[in-house]
Design a protein around this ligand. Structure first.
Ligand code: FAD
Length: 701
C-alpha cells in the first residue's frame, strides 16, 4: 500500500489539571487543516517518544504547578534532561517550540515551561518558533490562540528548511511505524467541515439559505444595529456582519449508551483516591451577620481515620454539583427519564481524534445522575472548541451563527466578556440558546473532571487531637445578564450541608449534644505541603502575613507553638509576628479571641491588625494602614532585620490576586530601602529568600 507522506511533527505535553493536554490536543487536531500530521504524547510516557533521537520538530505544551514547578507528569522528563553528565550538544539535533502555561497571580510565572525551555537550550536544542507564555490570570487564550496561529507558518518554514531527505525519512519512518494513517481521512473531513462552515458563515448566504425567521432576525438586527448592545445571545456590527474564522470542529470520540439497569446504592467512593469520609463535628460562624463576607469554621472528626497532618498542610474536599443545576441540565438535555440509567462509555470507532481515551473520571455503570453530580465540573467555563461543537447541534441558524461568532477569531472579545469573564457554564449556554440540543457524549468529551477544593488546616493536632479545623469564606456571585445569582460550588454546598449544626459566633457548639450519626459527613483527603511549615528550629523568628481566611494556617502554627511552649518551657522561641487584616474590627476579625490569647501568653510576640473599611478613629489618624502591606511598611525595620540579620522566615497566605502581589512589592521596597539597592538587586535578594525557603507563600485565587 503506498504510504502518504505528510509533514509530521511531535507534540509533547506536561499537564497538571488537563489544560496543557487539551491545548496540545487542539494543536494536534488543527494540524490536519494545515496539511501536517501530528503525533502526541504525554511527557510521562517515555516509552512513546525519545527526544535523544527525534528528528521531527517537537512542540512542547507545559503547565506550571505548586511554587513554579513543572507538572508531576513532566518530572521524569525534567530529571532526564537535567542530568549534568549529558554533553552540551546532546540535543543539538532537536528543533522545538514551547508553549508555557502559568498564572501571573502566582510567583514564578510559567516556570514549569521556562525550566524545560532552559534545560533544552543548555543541551543545544534550537527553537524553531518563539516560546509563548500564557497567563491564566488574564485568560490563556489571549496568548494561546495567536501562538497556535503563528505555529503553522513556523512549522512549514522548518519543514522546508529541513533537508528533503530528513523530512522524507521522518515521514517514512513514522509511516512504517503507523501505517494506519487514518489522519489522512480526518484531514479531508476537517478541511471539508471548515469549508462548509466558512460558506455558511457569510451572512448573505445565511440569509438566502435559512428559514424566514432567521432572515427577519438578521434584518431586524441590521435595522436596529445602532441601538443594539452586544450580549451573550446577540452580536452587533461589525461582528454580526463579519465572515468568521472558526476553530476546526473537534472530532467526536465517545459513544455513550444508557442502559435500563439498577444503579441504586451509589455513594461517593470512600477510600478511593485517598479520600476519607469524616463527620463535621462543629461548624461555627466566625463573622457577624452584617459582615460583607461570611466566614465559617468547620471542625472535622478524624479519630476513626488514619489521617495525619501538620499545620501548613491543606485538605481536599469533595463536593457535588448543585442538585438543582443537575436537574436543570437533565431537563434541558431531555434526559430526566434516563437519570437512573447505567452509563456505558466507549470509544467511537473510526474517530479521527488522536490518542483518544475514555475519561477516567466517568465511571462505567454509574447512573447518569451520579456522573453529572460527582464526575463532571458542569460549572466550568466552556472552551472555544466546546462552543464550536455545540454550534453543530443548534437548529436555529441565528443561534448557531451567534455560537460560531463566540468561538471565532473575530468574536474573541465577545467570548472573553460574555463567556469567560462572566463565568458562563454549559447550562447558561443551553438556556441562552434554546435550540441547541447536544448529545450526552459531547458533554462527556468537553466537561472536565469535577475538582476537589482545598482548604488550609487551621489547627494543630497537638492542641486538637483527632480533629482538624478549617475556615472558609462563602463565595458569592451576584446575578448578571448571563446567569442568576450563585454561591461558589463547594462553599455554597458546605453552607447548606452544615445548616443543622451551624452555631452563631460566640455560642456553645450544639454538636456536643448530637450523636455522631446525626452529624453531616464530608469526604476529605490530606494535601501535604512540602515547605509551608514552621521552621524545625523554634528559635528562628517568623513573620506571618495572613489577612482574612489567609490567617488559617497561622492559627495552626500558633496552636503548635503554644503547645510546644507548654511542653518545653526551657526552649528558646524566636519572635513571632502576625500581620492580619479584615474589613471591620467588630464584624470579621477572625479568631480575635484566640489571637489575643496567643499575645497574652507570649506565643505571639506582635499582632498587627488593620481594618480596611472602618471609619478613622476618634483621633482621626491620617494615613492609617488599610491593608497588610501598609503595616509591613510601617514595621519595615523589624521585618528587614528578621529576614536579613536573624535568618528568619516570612510566610504569606491568602488571596493570590491582589494581596500576595502587593506584599511582594512591599517586600522589594523594604529590602531595597534597607540595603540601599535598586529594584533589580532587591529582586535577587527576594529570589534568594525563596530559594532558601525563607519566603514561603500559600496563596489561592
Ligand atoms: P467556585 O465555584 O470554584 O468558584 C471559585 C472561583 O470561580 C471564583 O473565585 C471565580 O473566579 C470563579 N467563578 C465561578 N463562578 C463564578 C460566577 N458565577 N461569577 C464570578 N466568578 C465565578 N479558601 C478558603 O476560604 N479557605 C482556605 O483555607 C483555603 N485554602 C486553600 C488552600 C489551597 C492550597 C488552595 C489551592 C485553595 C484554598 N482555598 C481556600 C480556596 C478554595 O479551595 C476554593 O477555591 C474556594 O473556597 C472557592 O470554592 P468554591 O467551590 O466555593 O467556588
Amino acid at each position: 500500500m503506498p504510504c502518504e507522506v505528510a509533514a509530521r511533527f511531535l507534540i509533547l505535553y506536561g499537564s497538571q489539571r488537563g489544560q496543557a493536554q487539551s491545548i496540545a490536543e487542539e494543536i494536534c487536531e488543527q494540524a490536519a487543516e494545515y496539511g501536517l500530521t501530528a503525533d502526541i504524547s504525554c511527557l510521562s510516557k517515555q516509552d512513546k517518544y525519545n527526544v535523544d533521537s527525534e528528528i521531527r520538530p517537537v512542540v512542547f505544551v507545559v503547565s506550571t504547578t505548586g511554587d513554579g514547578d513543572p507538572p508531576d507528569t513532566a518530572l521524569k522528563f525534567v530529571r532526564k534532561i537535567k542530568n549534568k553528565s549529558l554533553p552540551h550538544d546532546h540535543l543539538s539535533h532537536l528543533r522545538y517550540a514551547l508553549l508555557a502555561l502559568g498564572d501571573t497571580n502566582y510567583a514564578n510565572f510559567c516556570n514549569g515551561g521556562k525550566t524545560i525551555d532552559s534545560l533544552l537550550q543548555r543541551l543545544g536544542a534550537k527553537h524553531f518558533y518563539a516560546t509563548g507564555h500564557a497567563d491564566d490570570g488574564t485568560g490563556l487564550e489571549v496568548v494561546v490562540d495567536p501562538w497556535i496561529e503563528g505555529l503553522w507558518d513556523a512549522l512549514k518554514k522548518t519543514f522546508s528548511g529541513m533537508s528533503a531527505s530528513n523530512q522524507t525519512d521522518a515521514a517514512r519512518s513514522d509511516c512504517t511505524q503507523d501505517n494506519n494513517l487514518k489522519n489522512a481521512s480526518g484531514q479531508e473531513k476537517n478541511k471539508s467541515d471548515l469549508e462548509v462552515d466558512l460558506h455558511l458563515l457569510k451572512l448573505s448566504e445565511v440569509h438566502s439559505q435559512n428559514e424566514k425567521t432567521v432572515t427577519s432576525d438578521s434584518s431586524d438586527a441590521e435595522t436596529h444595529s445602532t441601538t443594539l448592545v452586544a450580549s451573550l445571545k446577540q452580536s452587533v456590527p461589525p461582528l454580526s456582519e463579519s465572515v468568521l474564522k472558526v476553530p476546526t470542529l473537534p472530532p467526536s470520540y465517545l459513544e455513550v449508551v444508557l442502559e435500563q439497569a439498577s444503579t441504586e446504592g451509589e455513594t461517593v467512593p470512600s477510600g478511593k483516591d485517598g479520600y476519607h469520609e469524616v463527620s463535621i463535628s462543629k461548624a461555627v460562624q466566625l463573622t457577624q451577620d452584617d459582615a460583607v463576607k461570611s466566614s465559617i469554621l468547620l471542625e472535622l472528626d478524624i479519630s476513626e481515620q488514619d489521617v495525619a497532618y501538620q499545620p501548613g498542610d491543606s485538605f481536599d474536599i469533595l463536593c457535588p454539583n448543585r442538585a438543582s443545576e443537575v436537574e436543570e441540565l437533565l431537563l434541558r438535555l431531555d434526559l430526566q427519564m434516563q437519570r437512573n440509567c447505567a452509563v456505558q462509555v466507549s470509544l467511537l470507532k473510526n474517530s479521527s481524534k488522536k490518542a483518544a481515551k475514555v475519561p477516567l473520571h466517568i465511571p462505567q455503570n454509574s447512573s447518569l445522575q451520579f456522573i453529572l453530580t460527582w464526575g463532571l465540573e458542569i460549572r466550568s467555563i466552556p472552551k472555544k472548541a466546546f462552543v464550536r461543537a455545540l454550534a453543530d447541534f443548534t437548529r436555529s441558524s441565528s443561534e448557531k451563527r451567534r455560537l460560531l461568532e463566540l468561538c471565532s477569531k473575530e468574536g474573541s472579545a465577545d467570548y472573553n466578556s460574555f463567556i469567560r469573564d462572566s463565568n458562563v457554564c454549559v447550562l447558561d449556554l443551553l438556556q441562552a440558546f434554546p435550540s441547541c440540543l447536544p448529545p450526552l457524549s459531547l458533554l462527556f468529551e468537553h466537561l472536565p473532571k469535577l475538582q476537589p477544593r482545598a482548604y488550609s488546616a487551621a489547627s494543630s493536632s497537638l492542641q486538637h487531637p483527632e480533629k482538624v479545623h478549617f475556615v472558609f469564606n462563602v463565595v458569592e456571585f451576584p446575578a448578571c445578564p448571563e446567569h442568576p445569582a450563585r454561591t461558589g460550588l463547594c462553599t455554597g454546598w458546605l453552607v447548606d450541608h452544615i445548616s443543622s449544626i451551624l452555631q452563631p459566633l460566640g455560642t456553645v457548639p450544639a454538636s456536643e449534644c448530637l450523636g455522631t450519626s446525626a452529624l453531616p459527613k464530608v469526604h476529605v483527603r490530606p494535601r501535604p505541603n512540602s515547605t509551608f511549615h514552621l521552621p524545625s528550629d523554634p528559635s528562628v523568628p517568623v513573620v506571618m502575613v495572613g489577612p482574612g481566611t489567609g490567617v488559617a494556617p497561622f492559627i495552626g502554627f500558633l496552636q503548635q507553638r503554644e503547645k510546644e511552649h507548654e511542653m518545653n518551657q526551657e526552649a528558646t522561641f524566636g519572635e513571632t509576628w502576625l500581620f492580619f487584616g479584615c474589613r471591620h474590627k467588630d464584624k470579621d476579625f477572625l479568631f480575635r479571641e484566640e489571637l489575643e490569647r496567643f499575645v497574652h501568653n507570649g506565643t505571639l510576640s506582635h499582632l498587627i491588625a488593620c481594618f480596611s473599611r472602618d471609619e478613622p478613629d476618634a483621633a482621626g489618624t491620617v494615613n492609617r494602614p488599610t491593608y497588610v502591606q501598609h503595616n509591613l511598611l510601617l514595621h519595615a525595620k523589624n521585618v528587614a532585620s528578621i529576614l536579613l540579620k536573624d535568618k528568619g522566615c516570612l510566610y504569606v497566605c491568602g488571596d493570590a490576586k491582589n494581596m500576595a502581589k502587593d506584599v511582594n512589592d512591599t517586600l522589594l521596597e523594604i529590602i531595597g530601602n534597607e540595603l540601599q539597592l535598586d529594584k533589580l538587586d532587591a529582586m535577587k535578594i527576594v529570589a534568594g529568600l525563596r530559594e532558601e525557603k525563607r519566603y514561603l507563600q500559600d496563596i489561592w485565587s
